[in-house]
Design a protein around this ligand. Structure first.
Ligand code: ARG
Length: 462
């Protein structure tokens, strides 16, 4: 596509207001394909209901196809002083086929045209993001599968709590993001309602065949109220919600990896290409890519707030404010798309420090719950067992010793309910014992992995 030179400063200069201020051209240029397919479908429909002849329809469609090819090869000259791409394409069509071009707008308004273009654009773009999300989900599952034997400390309040499999952690990322995929699919569903045929806002006088149009354009449903069709933009709020939820979730994954990559944790080795050095501190490798995804969250949430504010108390029906409906969501989807790509590549190259993760778990009182559970199995009320282990743990902390270093005799000193089998409680025991549905045992995580693969397969074929 031809590079359109942007005014580097602003569209309003020296007190004089230029047409560019009112133009949606910069944004709409991304929807040229959708705009042309809407016009081609509309031309076919006008012919079908005998409002234009087959020769006229052919000439319109040939003209539009030529324009499409010119845009794609970069030969089309855009006139940015025209309000939008619809007018650019309409003018070019006039230049190619003359007055017949004017017949295309019978019964159509830019209000229902732009609403249709935008829905088609977001549907198409969401499919691209969906594909990227599926690939990332696949990568998470394969990382979980590859590292199934790694044990690490699990945290609450960023304090070590109980040991878990690293894969249980990774599968929590999968589970969280699988809901974003569901949200995305729901969003595509909400975009799948065609506004075309609503005219300016009151419907049209021509015997329009909306079923035909919907079929041509691949819409599953047809809008049922012309005023709502050209006035509402909540389907774009849905796009923002999908993006906001996704970026929030991604930012949490990034934060986790940032913490794990610090010297203090040293659980993870980020691929070199995703870190950068410091200009003054030679020893540093900074996790910039992860930080940037975390940082971009602000922009994505801001875009959501932006459109909500634009829509608040907006009078019916179409108002020019609505031209501001798409740029934020386009940019947020770009951010999600790029972030998913970055993370997928990073996940395919990341490695974990198995020993350090294990050591970090063992050098702590992380098994305290398991010892309390042990006493509870021996019929001590859990609250009482909890109290006993807590006191032991506090005493040991003072002595700079951890609970799993205790000998059998020392356990017996605490309570004579402890028997030889207490000595089998270790990290592996603790993890495998949590074999509840959704728990961290190897069996449970393998089950999650199996179901995740089925989920990905079903979604890929949907
Ligand atoms: N550029 C406008 C938009 O993007 C197209 C619709 C204009 N309609 C109008 N009545 N001025 O929303």
């Amino acid at each position: 596509m031809k590079k359109y030179k942007k005014n580097k400063t602003s569209s309003v200069q020296g007190g004089e207001i230029f047409g560019e201020f009112t133009s949606s051209f910069d944004t709409d240029i991304r929807m040229y394909k959708e705009d042309i397919s809407v016009s081609i479908a509309y031309s076919k429909m006008l012919q079908k209901i005998n409002l234009i002849s087959s020769t006229e329809s052919k000439s319109i469609i040939d003209g539009l196809t030529e324009i499409l090819n010119e845009i794609q090869s970069g030969d089309f000259s855009w006139n940015s002083s025209l309000e939008d791409i619809h007018l650019n394409i309409e003018k070019a069509l006039y230049e190619k086929i003359g007055d017949t071009a004017g017949k295309l707008h019978f019964g159509r308004s830019r209000n229902d045209q732009v609403a249709t273009d935008v829905k088609l654009y977001f549907k198409n773009r969401l499919y691209e993001v969906r594909q990227e999300l599926l690939l990332f989900l696949e990568e998470i599952v394969s990382l979980a599968e590859k590292n199934i034997s790694i044990i690490m400390p699990g945290y609450t309040h960023l304090q070590k709590g109980q040991p878990v499999l690293l894969s249980q952690y990774l599968m929590s990322f999968f589970t969280m993001l699988s809901r974003d995929l569901d949200r995305l699919d729901e969003c595509i569903n909400n975009l799948d309602i065609m506004p075309l045929g609503s005219g300016a806002f009151a419907g049209v006088t021509i015997p329009i065949d909306r079923e035909f149009l919907a079929k041509e354009l691949g819409f599953g449903k047809i809008s049922t109220n012309s005023i709502d069709s050209v006035s509402s933009r909540d389907h774009i709020l849905d796009v923002h919600y999908v993006c906001s939820s996704a970026i929030l979730n991604l930012s949490r994954i990034c934060e986790e990896f940032i913490i794990w990559s610090t010297d203090e944790f040293d659980f993870i080795n980020l691929p070199e290409q995703f870190t950068t050095g410091s200009s003054i501190m030679p020893q540093k490798r900074n996790p910039d890519y992860l930080e940037l995804i975390r940082g971009k969250t602000g922009g994505v949430l801001g875009n959501f707030m932006g459109l909500m504010t634009t829509l608040k108390a907006l009078p019916f029906t179409y108002n020019r404010d609505l031209q501001e409906d798409r740029s934020g969501a386009m940019s947020s989807l770009d951010t999600i798309f790029d972030s998913l790509k970055v993370l997928r590549t990073m996940f395919s190259e990341v490695s974990f420090n198995k020993e350090i993760m294990f050591e970090s778990s063992i050098n702590s009182d992380i098994l305290a719950t398991d010892f309390a559970d042990y006493l509870a199995y021996k019929k001590v009320p859990f609250r009482e067992a909890y109290g006993i282990i807590k006191r032991v743990s506090q005493k040991l902390t003072k002595e700079k010793k951890s609970i799993n270093e205790l000998s059998f005799d020392e356990f017996r000193d605490i309570s004579d309910l402890f028997e030889e089998d207490v000595m089998q409680i270790d990290l592996k025991y603790s993890v495998e014992k949590r074999n509840s549905l959704g728990g961290t045992s190897t069996n449970s995580v393998q089950n999650q992995i199996k179901n995740a693969k089925l989920f990905i397969k079903a979604k890929s074929n949907a």
